[in-house]
Design a protein. Structure first.
Length: 529
């Protein structure tokens, strides 16, 4: 290895083993950076098919005006078939992009180690398998790192550079420098289950699947709330249909097994049933959605359930501090907010019957029902505490601009409670989706879980806070990083959400990690490390 961590010289060729979608994409990226690339697979037919996909990809980009024809020709000319394993002997870097099978990857690298020079960097594109386990059988495990590209590799900027316990730090630095030279944005992560993106993103899918199983809302409404209230580019259920239910489930099960069956990552029975029945999403035409679009076609429009228009209430009455609803109140200037009495509430059923002053503030509707921002508890619990019907309002990315919000009413609440709450929000130009009274509603519980995962990963020293934020925005398109989201809501709010949701399910899935709980007590920012 070089004494200094520098990018692999363009005079050295790059080997890519695996001529599938990812392997061809990685080959295109390396060739676009000026390297010659040798593409290898188990037989010549697979390599030929891969080179055909490369030509088709380049032609599409030229036709769309995204790539100059001369540049495309140069990329194509620099990628050639490796006639045998021996052709990889002089490579500066060999990237493996074969099926996610530990035995197959381990055998592949053992074979490569016998062929390549002592200064060749070996890299696996695994998305969830342990880099340490893959390297365990090598005589020099320090030369192996993870280079987790995202699909499509030519378009996606993010690459996770994964260091195992045995990885030579200089090798990791060479990998980082090389990815930067290739125009990518590398993030560093220690070999941990799921790395950054596939670890932190698990609740995005898992909470949606659980909400669907519980009948909290239909799939289109869950996805619509993620997109419109959360600012995510796609909803979690439509995204699993896009990438494939089988692929998403395999990553979930890999992370779950690697974390000793931690309930935070437990696979959903809903998704397992989809896979068992062959409903794999867009590639089979059916997934979560009955009509998930034919393979290769665009997604069909998804319509979230929307409460019908209702007249705005004449006024709202504030009881206690209603800061968490203040921006929504300001968006509806035609509905005046008048001061009420200080908050005096009774204990939750079974607790101390003596009233207490303080507690969360709430807004009273003309019908007498209370409107609160969700803190994770059930609307029905709040109704018992307040002695009146309750409508809970979900959280979102930005109260000032959100076009949609979820609400839930306590059991037995009169229709007038939902009508008046909806009329108020509609007067603020916010579409309303009514969901069942589930803990944490939709976005609040999902985002709280994302924040918790990000904080936990950083606290374990697996990645820096900056790299976690970068990875989640570039790798998944999140509107902001989960740590910034947690700082916007406040660590105390996130912990309360998790505690209240966890108190209902009691399965350990929603437990707050120690670092997040400490931040809630100290007021420390989550993104400052």
């Amino acid at each position: 290895m070089p004494d200094r961590a520098v990018a692999i010289d363009r005079g050295r060729f790059i080997g890519v083993v695996g001529a599938g979608t990812m392997g061809v994409g990685i080959a295109e990226v390396a060739a676009a950076a000026g390297h010659r690339v040798m593409l290898l697979d188990v037989d010549d037919d697979r390599v030929a098919a891969g080179l055909g996909r490369l030509v088709a990809s380049l032609d599409r980009r030229v036709a769309r005006g995204r790539l100059d024809a001369t540049v495309a020709g140069g990329i194509h000319d620099r990628v050639t078939a490796a006639g045998s394993w021996a052709c990889l002997a002089g490579a500066g870097l060999v990237v493996e992009a074969v099926v996610e099978s530990m035995p197959e990857k381990a055998e592949l690298f053992a074979r490569l180690e016998e062929l390549v020079g002592s200064d060749t960097v070996l890299a696996t594109n695994t998305s969830s398998l342990s880099v340490d386990a893959i390297a365990a059988g090598l005589r020099r495990p320090g030369r192996l790192v993870g280079l987790h590209f995202f699909n499509p590799a030519p378009a996606m900027r993010l690459v996770e550079v994964v260091s195992g316990l045995a990885s030579d730090p200089r090798v990791a630095e060479i990998a980082v420098a090389t990815m930067t030279a290739w125009g990518k944005t590398p993030v560093r992560v220690r070999d941990a289950p799921g790395f950054i993106v596939n670890r932190v993103a698990r609740p995005f899918y898992g909470e949606a699947q659980r909400l669907l199983a519980e009948g909290a809302a239909d799939a289109a409404t869950i996805d619509g709330l993620a997109r419109q209230a959360g600012g995510f580019p796609m909803g979690p259920l439509e995204l699993t249909d896009l990438v494939g239910q089988d692929v998403n489930l395999a990553v979930t099960e890999s992370v779950w097994r690697a974390t000793a069956d931690d309930p935070r990552y437990a696979p959903s029975p809903v998704q397992r049933a989809l896979v068992a029945s062959g409903r794999l999403g867009r590639k089979t035409g059916r997934g979560v959605y009955e009509d998930a679009s034919a393979p290769g076609s665009g997604p069909r429009p998804l319509v979230a359930a929307t409460y019908p228009p209702r007249p705005a209430p004449a006024r709202l009455v504030a009881h206690g501090s209603v800061d968490e609803l203040a921006v929504l109140v300001a968006r509806a200037p035609d509905v005046p907010l008048v001061p009420g009495t200080p908050v005096t509430v009774g204990a939750v059923a079974g607790g101390d019957p003596a009233p207490r002053r303080g507690g969360p503030g709430w807004v009273e509707l003309p019908c007498g029902a209370a409107v609160l921002r969700t803190d994770g508890a059930l609307a029905t619990d709040h109704a018992q505490r307040l002695g009146r019907p309750v409508v809970l309002v979900d959280r979102c990315l930005d109260d000032a601009t959100t076009p949609r919000l979820a609400v839930a009413a306590s059991d037995g609440a009169p229709v007038a409670a939902l009508d008046e709450a909806a009329g108020w929000l509609q007067s603020a130009q916010i579409a309303v989706s009514v969901v069942d009274d589930v803990p944490g509603l939709v976005l609040a519980r999902t985002v709280a879980m994302l924040v918790n995962e990000a904080v936990d990963l950083v606290s374990r020293g697996a990645a820096s806070s900056e790299d976690v934020e970068t990875a989640m925005m570039l790798g998944t398109g999140y509107p902001i990083g989960p740590l910034e989201w947690g700082d916007r809501w406040g660590a105390g709010t996130v912990v309360t959400l998790l505690d209240q949701v966890g108190a209902v399910y009691r399965d350990g899935r929603h437990r707050a990690c120690p670092r997040l709980r400490r931040a809630a007590l100290s007021g420390a920012r989550l993104g400052a490390r």
